[in-house]
Design a binder for this molecule. Structure first.
Ligand code: CS2
Length: 470
């Protein structure tokens, strides 16, 4: 077989690999430890840190979750990677160098060393919503099998924990033992009141092992709440090729993101922080209105599109939004959410909801960003507790039906009923509920989202009647 090469065009093997020799950049000292090295943490927190005016003082050591792959690929490039900003009009490329150490999450020894070091000032988290193992009652699910297994390991001291919470609890115990002082834990997962969720999860985990550690965490760790936003689809082989063609180097770990980004933070940083405000981050006293605006309007619409869209045969967010049925469903849900957002009417924080909705419509319609609905559909039981349940509750409390939020729940239920891969921490319970019939099935699934709603006959009927609409 002969291969035709275009004269003058270097083949991929000839291209140099991206690293700190190719793009000289000093390594900042590690002062931030990140758990959950994935595409989003790189397009968001690493990108914000890179652009702070004091970036030279703030290096990130980033740990993967379950698999080492992302750390291995990044370590080969000395932590450097390209952010591809994908706008309607075209791509732009920037190299980010704020990650100075990329580590396999299984290397718990390294995590312990870094968290115990006095210079470490911040721990950022993108470990997924479901990883906090918070049940529908707001507390750590100590009986969850992975939590129980890690607690047993901690008690025996025979091996390192396997969950991010267990690993972090062990590392914080080392910080306490080293007398290294307070630091800030900055939760960057899409959870309402995510600082409190992180506190409850970590203090709950620590308390089940060592009550003294839980007290120390309470007194020394500041839990910062944040609202994070930047649509970051999974990187594809075509993206790697686009970077090669445009940048002339080989990057095995680029990330693709929309041009838009937003970071709102609330809380104390007892050991200091980078000047993230230089890159557009906003520090506020009361985060709740911003958090709800983002969780309900953006993430809520995402989940609605993920289930209704896939049931109607769509693959990406942009495709689903182009379907008038889905668009109408999203607008209906947005109307309900907007009616319950503080400051969307008179007084309070001006959340500029009409502009926010218009911007979301444009962001979702960016057809150059292939944001897969299957990616968003994961962990639905955890996500819907934050994205659909509060809006449904608020609408019912105001004497309205909440049919827009109920439609999201009905779509999730239909999606789990068969024909689609369900990846969810409650997959067993979802499967068991789906063995039931009619309104009993709807009630059992609803109970997984909110036990109180599942006791309300009119809510069960509302959801039941919306099932099969897709
Ligand atoms: C999405 C989010 O996968 C999901 O659940 O809704 O990852 C969303 O893309 C980001 O929060 C955008 O900032």
């Amino acid at each position: 077989m002969s291969i035709e090469l275009q004269p003058g065009a270097p083949s991929a093997v000839d291209l140099p690999q991206l690293n700190r020799r190719l793009r000289p950049s000093a390594k900042a000292p590690v002062r931030i430890v990140h758990l959950g090295l994935g595409a989003f943490s790189r397009s968001h927190q690493a990108w914000y840190t890179q652009q702070a005016s004091d970036a030279a003082d703030w290096g990130i050591a980033a740990f993967t979750g379950r698999r080492p792959d992302a750390a291995l690929a990044l370590a080969e490039q000395d932590g450097l990677f390209t952010v591809v900003e994908r706008a309607d009009a075209g791509d732009s490329f920037a190299v980010v160098s704020s990650i100075v150490e990329a580590v396999d999450g299984a290397d718990v020894q390294r995590l312990v060393e870094l968290v115990a070091a006095p210079v470490t000032a911040i721990i950022t988290l993108t470990i997924t919503e479901a990883a906090y193992r918070i049940g529908s009652d707001g507390h750590l699910e100590r009986a969850a099998s992975d939590v129980a297994a890690d607690l047993a390991l901690l008690a025996s001291g025979s091996a390192y924990p396997a969950t991010p919470l267990g690993r972090l609890v062990l590392a914080l115990a080392a910080r306490r033992a080293a007398g290294a002082g307070p630091l800030a834990v900055v939760c960057c997962d899409n959870l309402s009141n995510n600082g409190t969720v992180a506190r409850n999860a970590l203090a709950g985990f620590a308390g089940a092992w060592d009550a003294g550690l839980a007290e120390w965490i309470d007194a020394n760790i500041s839990f910062v709440s944040t609202s994070v936003d930047r649509i970051t689809p999974r990187t594809t082989d075509a993206d790697l090729a686009a970077v090669e063609a445009a940048c002339g180097y080989r990057d095995n770990s680029p990330v693709v993101a929309e041009p838009f980004s937003n970071w709102v933070l609330s809380g104390e940083f007892p050991a200091g922080r980078p000047r993230w405000e230089d890159s557009g981050a906003v520090f506020v006293a009361d985060i709740e209105p911003y958090e709800n605006r983002k969780l309900w309007l953006l993430n809520g619409a995402h989940s609605l599109l993920a289930y209704a869209g896939q049931l109607r045969g769509h693959t990406t967010v942009a495709q689903a939004l182009a379907d008038p049925f889905c668009l109408q469903a999203v607008e209906g849900f947005w109307d309900e959410a907007e009616a319950n957002l503080a400051g969307s009417g008179t007084g309070g924080t001006d959340l500029q909801i009409p502009a926010y909705r218009a911007a979301l419509h444009a962001r979702f319609s960016n057809a150059r960003i292939a944001h897969h609905l299957a990616q968003i559909a994961m962990d639905g039981s955890t996500k819907l507790r934050m994205r659909a349940v509060p809006v449904l509750q608020a609408e019912r409390a105001a004497g309205r039906s909440g049919a827009g939020a109920a439609l999201m729940i009905a779509a999730w239920m239909d999606f789990t009923a068969g024909g689609h891969t369900v990846q969810d921490p409650l997959v067993g319970a979802i499967g068991a509920a789906n063995q039931l019939a009619g309104s009993e099935r709807t009630q059992a699934l609803l109970a997984l989202l909110d036990p109180d709603l599942a006791k309300d006959r009119s809510v069960i009927d509302l959801v039941e009647n919306l099932r099969g609409s897709f």
